[in-house]
Design a protein around this ligand. Structure first.
Ligand code: 5GP
Ligand code: ZN
Length: 113
């Protein structure tokens, strides 16, 4: 989608701190981190919100990628929090589905973030 910030990040038109990319998802550092590690995982398909993602196969695959980034890429062995804000009332500001991964690779910082 041409006027979507996160689609522009996927396309490389806006720079980001990429941490992972494959054929279906892109993951990058949040520009305003709220935890020592704060990464956003987004599907390459433009879906505005979680509420618009009705396909259980898509949702399962997306969450598996979130786990892959948190466990295998970021190696958040002490644990992490996954947040998906939905619509304005849920705190969503960018309308391209994204999962926040919040954690600390050192394992020293515990919740709450
Ligand atoms: P939301 O509030 O929609 O769940 O989260 C949007 C997130 O995107 C926020 O945490 C915000 O800091 C992050 N964000 C907004 N614009 C940019 C940007 O241009 N680059 C990066 N890396 N993150 C952004
Ligand atoms: Zn988009």
């Amino acid at each position: 989608m041409s006027d979507c910030l996160f689609c522009k990040i996927i396309a490389g038109d806006i720079p980001s701190g990429k941490v992972y990319e494959d054929d279906t998802v892109f993951a990058f550092n949040d520009i305003h981190p709220k935890a020592p590690t704060h990464v956003l995982v987004i599907p390459k398909t433009h879906i505005p919100t979680l509420a618009d993602a009705e396909d259980p196969v898509f949702l399962g695959a997306f969450m598996e990628k979130v786990n892959h980034v948190a466990n295998d890429v970021l190696k958040l062995e002490a644990g992490y929090r996954v947040v998906i804000n939905v619509r304005e009332g849920g705190g969503q500001e960018v309308f391209h589905l994204h999962a926040h991964i919040l954690g600390d690779t050192s394992g020293k910082t515990k919740l709450p973030f």
